[in-house]
Each structure stands twice: as C-alpha cells, then as structure tokens.
Design a binder for this molecule. Structure first.
Ligand code: DO4
Ligand code: MG
Length: 282
C-alpha cells in the first residue's frame, strides 16, 4: 500500500520490525541502527525482535514483497564460472576478448543497475525491444554495507546476448537498461549463512505454463571467492553506503533459447529463498 514495512525471519517465525522500537521501515534503516549502536546486523535484529510483534506466515503474500535493498548501486562480476566463459565465446563475434578473463588475476566487474532500474519479487523484468536474444542470469548477490559483507540475496542479471555478442563494447547496453535487474526475496545475514561457496541454485523458465528450462548448479563451481570479488569491487572505488555485488552466472539456457514477454523466471538459492519475475518488453 505504498508504505514499506520491514520483516525479519528467524527460524520459522516472522517479526514486524516496523512496530519495534525504534521503528524500522527498510533494510537500510536496520543497517543504520546497527551502525549507530556498533552492533552486528544479527545482534541488533535479535534485540529488536524482543519487542516486535509476530506476523502470520502468509503476511508476505506474493505481491507484497519489495526488493530488499532499495538504495545504492548494483554491480556484477562476470565469467566467474566455466559455463559463462563458454557462453561468451559462443555468442561473441570477438571471442578472443573473453579468453583470459576466467583465469586472470583481475576478474570482470562491471556496473549493473541503479535502484530505478531494479525490480523486486513478482515484478516484471525487462527485455529490450531492440534485442533478439535475451536471457536471465541467476546469480548469488552479496549485500555490502560500507563495503563490508553483511548478507546475501538472489539477483537476476538480465542480459541481451545479441547486443553483447555483436561487440563487447556494447556490454553496458546489453546489461544496463530499464528493469534490467531483479533482487530478492530477502537478505540472508552473512553470519547466519554457513557457506556462500556451497549453495545449490536452480532456475526454471516457463511459458504459458510449460517449463522450457530447468537446471541447477552450485556456487562451489565458482572460480573466484566472494571475498576476492568484493575486494576487487571496493578497491580504488568509493562504494555507496549500501550496494549489491552479483557474482556471475552458472546457468545458461541453450543457444536457441530466447526470453519472450510473459515468460516466468524462477530462481532459487538454498537458505535464501526463491525470486520470481515475469518478463516484459521495454
Ligand atoms: O561479459 C559478460 C558478462 C558475464 C556475466 O554477466 C556473467 O558471467 O554472469
Ligand atoms: Mg551475469
């Protein structure tokens, strides 16, 4: 209804932090509270839960959940899984450009989205009307507060393979456009996630109720560590107070597949949740 509320889940119980003291309406409010008290995210959340009302588990109906991070910038790493390197070589008219990136000391890290270009769960992600070949890229997202890792979310790095494939210099146009990024459904605190390098991840793409793509992977296949990617992103780069770094895709539909308006994309990551979006042409 236009007024954001902040919910926290621990175990199976959902709490309304909007009615805690102090009132918190966004994830960014929670980070600010933690900074003021000098507490970790989990410690401040636990303290606030003591007098926060419990919400019924259906309080988060499908259309009620917004992107959990609504400020700052989204950046993304690329070619961090072998399958992504192969896909780039396949699509590109200049395949040699990608050869060293997978193995090089310096990873590919690029600007991905502003809040204005980012959507939340159950909102529409975009495919460009001037692109012929479009895919979702399901990725583990690292949530940073002042450059420090505080949590994890799921991201969809929507991409035009035809535009990037035409010329790597077109990468910003293939990656950054209206509704090019989706985040959600929540932020899992870093302290509560056992190992970001061992998470099962899956994606399905459905059209008119028929599943056209269904595959899974594990973040353990990533050639880089999350810390290495964050170091590279934050080096010589004063990052915003809050930002998200996507860590690259490991699920690539066959080359004859392209997204169409109305397609449903569902991305799941163990211990985080499921992010669902439908597709619209922009
Ligand atoms: O250079 C292309 C970007 C690659 C990417 O986004 C990924 O591997 O996820
Ligand atoms: Mg990507």
């Amino acid at each position: 209804e236009g007024t954001p509320r902040l919910a926290a889940k621990t175990g199976d119980t959902l709490y309304d932090l909007t009615d805690a003291k102090p009132q918190l309406r966004t994830f960014e409010d929670l980070l600010t509270a933690a900074t003021i008290t000098g507490d970790s995210l989990d410690t401040i959340a636990e303290r606030l839960l003591e007098d926060a009302p419990v919400l019924s588990s259906d309080a988060l109906s499908d259309d009620a959940v917004a992107a959990p991070v609504s400020s700052g910038e989204v950046w993304a790493a690329g070619v961090t899984y072998r399958i992504s390197e192969e896909a780039r070589k396949e699509e590109s008219s200049m395949a040699d450009m990608y050869i060293d990136v997978y193995d090089s000391e310096r990873p590919e890290v690029f600007f991905k989205a502003t809040p204005s270009r980012t959507v939340g769960p159950d909102e529409q992600v975009g495919i460009r009307a001037d692109s012929e070949w479009d895919v979702p890229e399901p990725e583990l997202g690292v949530v940073l507060s002042d450059g420090e890792i505080v949590g994890y979310t799921i991201g969809n790095d929507m991409s035009s393979r035809s535009i990037e494939g035409q010329n790597p210099l077109y990468l910003p146009q293939a990656k950054v456009y209206d509704r090019c990024c989706s985040l959600g459904p929540c932020v899992r605190s870093a302290a509560s996630l056992e190992d970001p390098h061992d998470l099962e991840m899956w994606m399905t793409i459905s059209r008119d109720g028929e599943v056209l793509y269904d595959d899974s992977t594990n973040t353990g296949k990533m050639v880089r560590s999350v810390e290495e990617l964050v170091d590279c992103y934050t080096s010589h780069n004063a990052v915003p107070e809050v930002s998200v770094l996507l860590t690259g895709t490991s699920l690539v539909p066959d080359d004859d597949f392209t997204l169409r308006e109305g397609d449903l994309i569902e991305i799941g990551v163990d211990d985080i949740g499921t992010l669902s979006n439908t597709v619209v042409e922009v």
